[in-house]
Design a protein around this ligand. Sequence first.
Ligand code: GTP
Ligand code: MG
Length: 202
Amino acid sequence: AQVVQAEFVKSSVRTEDCPSDGLPEFALVGRSNVGKSSLLNSLVRRKRLALTSKKPGKTQCINHFRINDSWYLVDLPGYGYASAPQELRTDWGKFTKNYFINRSTLVSVFLLIDASIPAKKIDLEYASWLGQNQVPMTLIFTKCDKRKKKKNGGKRPEENVKDFQELICGFFQTVPPWIMTSSVTNQGRDEILLHMAQLRNY
Ligand code: GTP
Ligand code: MG
């Protein structure tokens, strides 16, 4: 399930403009700054294939990366970043909700949740929205390398993960599959790639 080849293909603003070759794809979604682009780089073992930043709001389009010439990883703009100037602010809703509903080659959404902080309302809302719209989803907990900090609620990543899972139980019959990750230590990389390979073969 390893990545032997990865290339940037295109940036699109509308679902209609995305690649039309019919290859299966997986989309990385989550709050701005949660680590979507970093995770993509970790999966493909490249430092700067997808551009990352300390400042939220870095990724602004639907970015397609072709993997092993046979499937796509899709880097999306983050939601929940309200402090950008109006003209730079990504209309996450318009962009991505249309994409989730209409992109027929989308196999599964990978919803990234920051495990270094307590559950955020906006993440619970998006998990719930995806669930209600029957978008297949895997939960990816990011930044599991970070130590607990008082200012972040004083809980370890494992504890934040457990809290989040309990909170979303109400939206789903069963908790979606979930994987703990870190783009710093590459924790979870093989598990994600194996999970994606299994999903492609269904
Ligand atoms: P947008 O494109 O703005 O939506 O953000 P993004 O979700 O793509 O986040 P990005 O990958 O740009 O990472 C944001 C910041 O978090 C960067 O400073 C990364 O170095 C840091 N970061 C990402 N993943 C991890 C991780 O696993 N551990 C730690 N400690 N930091 C991380
Ligand atoms: Mg990004």
